[in-house]
Every structure is written in C-alpha cells, then in structure tokens.
Write a protein of this length. Structure first.
Length: 144
C-alpha cells in the first residue's frame, strides 16, 4: 500500500515568464523532451484523465490518473498511479503530483511536489532525481 505521508519536492527559479513555464509543463511535445520521451494525453480539465505512456528500457508503460486542480498559471494537481510503483492499480495506491508557479521579479519559481510513495526507497529515488528533472524543465523554458 502507498504511504501518503512520504513526499518528494523541489523548487527552481526559471528565467522565463509564467506563460512560458506553464506551456513547458502542459504541452505534450515539450513534456516529452524532459520526461524521457513520455507521451502525455490529457486536456488538463478538472476531472479529466491524464495518461503518461511510452517505453523505458524495453518496458512499455501506461501510467495514469485524474486532474484534481488547474488554476491557470498558478497550480496544477493530479492523481497518479505508475506501474513502476509495484503496487496494484487501486485508488489508495495513487500519489498526488502538484505543480506550483509563482512570479518572482520577472522570473518564475516552479515547485514540483509528489505525495505518496510505495516506500522510502522510491521516495529517495524521486527526491534524488527531481533537481535534474527541474533543470531540464528550466533549460526548455529558457530557450523558448
């Protein structure tokens, strides 16, 4: 069962306006660039499905969830189940991923938060990988 008390988060300051950063986090063709070739399918409307699918090291995956909140250029939140978690696809095994955006002196502060992990090892893996992921998001936003 998922431990909903376990959390991984990271924040980065991006030298781009909110609209550019928002686009990087919501446009499927840009998500694919920083999320290891993952195809993202959603309309970002509250209650809609979100699907992340692709192939990783020969393993085809189709992770999914539901959009929980979408406050334009402020916050997006969705439930998330991943086959990589090793847990059964049941509601209690869905984590919550939240993107938060804040304008800071013409730049954008972006925070990625994930709550709920199968165990502390998976939480640590995400915590360790988040800074590099956010750096990729920053590079894409700053070049556009």
């Amino acid at each position: 069962m998922l431990n909903h008390d376990l959390e991984a988060s990271a924040t980065i300051l991006i030298n781009a306006n909110l609209a550019k950063v928002w686009k990087v986090l919501t446009a499927p063709e840009l998500i694919k660039e920083y999320l290891y070739g993952t195809e993202t399918i959603t309309d970002w409307k509250v209650g809609s499905d979100i699907v992340f699918q692709g192939e990783y090291q020969g393993y085809k995956y189709r992770d999914h969830g539901k959009i929980i909140s979408n406050i334009d250029q402020k916050e997006i939140s969705y439930s998330y189940w991943s086959g990589f978690s090793g847990l059964e696809d049941k509601v209690e095994n869905y984590s919550t991923v939240t993107y938060q955006f804040r304008k800071v002196d013409g730049k954008t502060e972006f925070k990625w938060i994930q709550k709920g992990f199968a165990d502390e090892e998976k939480q640590k893996h995400s915590t360790t990988g988040l800074p590099a992921l956010l750096e990729q998001i920053k590079l894409i936003a700053e070049r556009k």
